[in-house]
Design a protein around this ligand. Structure first.
Ligand code: G4P
Length: 530
């Protein structure tokens, strides 16, 4: 098979949802279809349970397990599907954001009863920013939930994306009879199938046929005809281009736990979702078809065992072909490195691979060479852009409790930052270290790991900041005035970018008003436009 054909058959995507909407269940059913697992329940232990929030070691243990399922690759029809796992736990949202930079499309799972929840809105913001194509799966139709048209309105309003229903539910809860597939004009009658993979799909092109009344009952048939007519009137017909440009999200209805509507989702996904896409670098855009190999690290997973300080860096391949035991440029470090044991994640077995193609994710054993966002390539050197940092939500000042161990602490904190556990802002005077995270849990992680892996003892003192905003401007005079006026709230991030630590939304608004030539960014994504 040629490289172009290898690229074309790959589909690299992530499943995102608010916790409990059904992401794990759906992932598992997709794996069943791909033959990657034989029984339901295999992915479950990957899940970080809500109840475990206070027990961080338990969570880390589960995160350890999740290395194996960080990427789940399997073949389905003529495609190679790569699912990149995203942690559902909200304290690991930053991990999820970064994983979204390594996917080419997304399936968003919504609970029919809860509709769009807070975390979904934030994840969707990231997809919109990157113009990632999104398919929405409305789950748990076997339970009563929101009325379908209301739900579509809610999706459009809260997720700020146009939707296009491709299947339509016939009743819900106790009265759930199945879905009508608008895209393929077929009827799929509901039957619960928690462990197997058979869907009973029958072609049904003429909804006016009296046969429909016989199959689903007169009342449901009348309702379905009316609703499909309304959909025709209200929503544009599906157009693959508007999906691929991230402007319209096709919507499916189903019940993941009953394995219902999942095969339709998967078939359509294979049909319409994008094959690996190119990425921007500081030099030029790189396309999968470019002959020279390139890729970037989007995730680093540490081994918690202090005796084995190795880590796994996850590399998304963007162009060319990656080969084992071949020297590549580590662009940031300016040196060449090769990998003896790169691993793939096919069918949950981690195995050493000889080569990998654009769209694939390869695990590289690392003894501290990599940071999140690093580029690996051959030939002309460049760096991929746009592994963004997002403004943290909780800020604490890091205090060293054992001055004899300050070197160890310094080293430990740098390594944890490389892994993306937290963000660090250095504040003058005194080089004070402000650590920012999206969740409380990370502080426990940092404390524990600094002590157990680096022998350093620290304490966190809460800081009352609301957001960290990256500042850009062309007006140096205004910037100087701002820095003078707000010197206590200015810090530098890891790349020495200027950041404003705003204490309240009001103070941020005042800063925007008083210094109109300064732009305050809530993510470091602005670097994309540089
Ligand atoms: P998550 O990864 O998004 O957090 O969600 P997960 O798949 O773990 O699903 C959350 C809960 O919702 C699970 O129940 C799961 O069985 C249930 N669920 C998933 N899909 C459906 C569906 O289509 N219909 C119904 N009725 N429930 C569904 P749980 O009680 O938390 O776990 P379990 O004891 O059932 O494993």
């Amino acid at each position: 098979m040629s490289t172009a054909e290898e690229v074309e058959k790959r589909r690299t995507f992530g499943i995102i949802s608010h916790p409990d909407a059904g992401k794990t269940t759906l992932t598992e059913k997709l794996l069943l279809f791909g033959g990657a697992i034989q029984t339901a329940g295999a992915v479950k232990n990957n899940k970080i349970k809500k109840t475990a929030t206070s027990d961080f070691m338990e969570i880390e243990k589960q995160r350890g397990i999740s290395v194996a399922t960080s990427v789940m690759a399997f073949n389905y029809q003529d495609k190679q599907i790569n699912i990149l796992d995203t942690p559902g736990h909200k304290d690991f949202a930053e991990d999820t954001f970064r994983t979204l930079t390594a996917v080419d499309s997304v399936i968003l799972v919504i609970d029919v009863a809860n509709g769009v929840e807070a975390q979904t809105e934030r994840l969707m913001e990231v997809c919109r920013m990157r113009k990632t194509p999104v398919i929405i799966f409305i789950n748990k139709l076997d339970r009563d939930g929101k009325e379908s048209f209301d739900l579509l309105d809610e999706l459009e309003e809260k997720l700020k994306i146009k939707v296009c229903p491709l299947t339509w539910p016939i009743g819900m809860g106790d009265r759930f009879k199945g879905v009508y597939n608008i895209y393929t004009k077929s009827l799929n009658l509901f039957s619960s199938n928690k462990t197997g993979i058979s869907d009973d799909i029958q072609s049904f092109t003429d909804l006016t046929s009296p046969e429909l009344d016989e199959i689903i009952g007169e009342e449901a048939a009348v309702e379905l005809r009316e609703e499909i007519e309304m959909i025709d009137g209200v929503y544009d017909a599906f157009n693959k281009d508007t999906y691929l440009s991230g402007d319209v999200a096709p919507v499916f209805f189903g019940s993941a736990v009953n394995n219902f509507g999942v095969q339709e989702l998967l078939n359509t996904f294979c049909d319409i979702s994008p094959s690996p896409r190119g990425r921007d670098t500081d030099l030029k855009r790189i396309e999968p078809a470019d002959s020279k190999f390139s890729g970037f690290v989007f995730k680093i997973h540490a081994n918690l065992d202090p005796k084995h300080r190795d880590r796994i860096a996850f590399l998304r391949i963007v162009s060319g072909v990656f080969h084992r035991n071949t020297f590549y440029n580590h662009v940031r470090l300016g040196k060449k490195i090769k990998f003896a044991n790169p691993t793939s994640f096919m069918a949950q077995d981690k195995s050493v691979i000889e080569k990998a193609y654009p769209g694939d994710v390869v695990g590289l054993y690392d003894s501290g060479n990599f940071k999140i966002g690093d580029t690996l390539n051959e030939g002309e050197k460049f760096s991929f852009k746009g592994i963004p940092s997002f403004s943290p939500e909780i800020f604490m000042e890091l205090e060293n409790l054992d001055p004899m161990k300050s070197k160890q602490m310094e080293k430990g904190i740098r390594q944890l930052l490389d892994e993306g556990v937290a963000q660090l802002f250095i504040q003058q005077p005194g080089s004070r270290k402000i650590v920012g995270t999206v969740g409380q849990l990370q502080f426990e992680v940092i404390n524990y790991r600094l002590e157990h892996e680096y022998g350093a003892k620290c304490r966190f003192v809460p800081k009352n900041y609301f957001k960290a905003c990256w500042i850009t401007t062309d007006n140096q005079e205004q910037l100087t005035a701002f820095k003078r006026a707000k010197s206590n709230y200015i810090a530098l991030d890891k790349d020495e970018n200027l950041v404003f630590l705003a204490e309240t939304p009001f103070l941020l608004q005042m800063a925007e008003q008083d210094y109109p030539d300064l732009t305050f960014h809530k993510t470091s994504e602005f670097k994309l436009e540089e």
